[in-house]
Design a binder for this molecule. Structure first.
Ligand code: HAM
Length: 433
């Protein structure tokens, strides 16, 4: 009889993806690529808490949304405060802007962020409980040119990582001057339909959501429903036309979707979504819009804002669907050191350190592996050069430099090797660029 205890093995929580090598390289490439595009457009980085006071999201995102009413990770901390893992980024950014007076200087305040958000949704392909977003918020100026900038930036983010098969849908949700009257009109239309109990209740709380109902019978019934786009005030109409005109000028392709419904309550005027058809049901790879009342609602000034959140998980799935991981450089390091024996290892450690000080990504084999095993390490790291150092080379004051692309090998003076590699790799880099 075995008396060995059964040891529990753990797995990641349900609906929470891990990104492990090599897929994690692609994750970083996409996230950093998005941040880079925003940086180039003048956005500054903001790093925010992953949990906030629950009331911030209830007030900011809206009590009637699924996100707040059904999906939040809310708990009491040990001080009996109700806190919530952030379900999205915008409310936290607004809180920080107000708290730190970031709205007191030159406007607009342009901020970018990236990180995990948490929603207790039913997990399925592309729908996770921990999801990763990169987002921007541009606060303090109600100018349609800013709307166009934000939409064009999102479009450029996707293009820059090699994604092509998506479409941009855009609409206007009106504002406080025209939405209440439209809402009433829509409710009158909906209440005249033979809707089931739950849909009727939805029509009372958030009638726009009924237009987004995917059931064919509801879609048929609402085919002639009044649309916000046909009931915009002259000002919001002009705002929308200016935004689409600017997108035309910039060559950003879009389709107008007057039935778009966003899952968060704070939107006004311009609203947009990026949709990828290679993803099945969870086709929204990113979205955003204007939220002109949000800041005041959270106790700040009456300032407008616009931003987006791009789903990194879904962008990765979309890239996979397109098999477009073109920019995916699989190289882990440029140079891999293969020392034979303890004296060589010491000399190699110095050389690798020197390469790293010069910005050359490099690694070496550890443990006592033979030449063949150590060279496998160089292969696995997809290195460009291997440096082989044994007793013979040490005695001669040289190192064997193996060019793993050309499969050639030359002996080189120990002192010459670091400058040679720095020069060679930066020359290749500038030729690629
Ligand atoms: P959102 O549309 O709720 O907007 O989320 C943005 C993106 O996050 C979605 O388009 C989707 O790609 C991704 N996403 C959302 N939920 C999940 C999930 N459960 N699993 C995987 N990916 C998901 C916002 O969050 C707003 N804060 C965007 C914004 C910023 N609006 C203005 N400023």
């Amino acid at each position: 009889m075995s008396n060995s205890k059964k040891i529990q093995r753990f797995s990641a929580p349900k609906g929470v993806p891990d990104y492990v090598p090599p897929a994690s390289t692609e994750f970083l490439r996409v996230r950093n690529g998005f941040l880079h595009q925003a940086h180039v457009a003048g956005y500054e980085y903001i790093e925010l808490p992953i949990f906030e006071e629950t009331a911030l999201f209830a007030r900011g995102v809206g009590e009637s949304t699924d996100v707040v009413s059904k999906e939040m990770y809310t708990f009491q901390d040990r001080g009996e405060r109700s806190v919530t893992l952030r379900p999205e980024g915008t409310a936290g950014v607004m809180r920080a802007v107000i708290e730190h007076g970031l709205d007191r200087g030159q406007l607009p305040t342009k901020l970018m962020y990236a990180g995990p958000c948490f929603r207790y949704e039913r997990p399925q392909a592309g729908r996770y409980r921990q999801l990763q977003q990169m987002g921007v918020e541009s606060i303090g100026v109600d100018d349609p040119a800013l709307d166009a900038e934000v939409v064009a930036l999102a479009d450029r983010c996707y293009k820059s990582v090699g994604l092509t098969g998506y479409r941009l849908e855009i609409t206007s949700l009106g504002d406080s001057t025209c939405r209440p009257a439209y809402r009433q009109k829509l409710q009158e239309f909906l209440f005249a339909l033979p809707l089931d109990e739950e849909t009727r209740r939805r029509a009372e709380i958030n009638p726009l959501r009924v237009l987004d109902d995917k059931r064919p019978e509801v879609q048929d019934m609402t085919a002639d429903a009044p649309l916000m786009l046909d009931h915009l005030s002259p000002e919001t109409q002009e705002h929308f036309e200016t935004v689409t005109g600017l997108l035309d000028d910039m060559g950003v392709a879009y389709v107008i979707n007057p039935r778009m419904v966003r899952g968060l309550d704070y939107y006004t005027k311009t609203c947009f979504e990026f949709v990828h058809d290679g993803l099945g049901a969870q086709s929204g790879i990113g979205g955003g819009g204007r939220y002109d009342g949000l800041m005041a609602q959270l106790g700040g000034q009456e300032l407008s804002g616009i931003g987006f959140g791009l789903g990194i998980d879904r962008t990765l799935l979309a890239l996979q669907a397109e098999q477009a991981e073109t920019g995916g450089d699989t190289r882990r390091v440029d140079v891999f050191g293969v020392p034979m024996g303890s004296a060589a290892k010491r000399a190699m450690a110095g050389m690798i350190n020197e390469l790293r000080r010069n910005g050359v990504s490099s690694d070496m084999s550890y443990g006592d592996r033979g030449l063949k095993g150590a060279m496998k390490g160089a292969d696995r790291a997809h290195a460009r050069f291997a440096l082989i150092l044994g007793d013979r080379e040490l005695d001669n004051g040289t190192v064997a430099v193996k060019d793993l692309a050309a499969q050639t090998q030359t002996d080189m003076d120990l002192a010459a090797v670091v400058p040679y590699l720095v020069r060679e790799l930066s020359r290749e880099l500038s030729e690629e660029g």
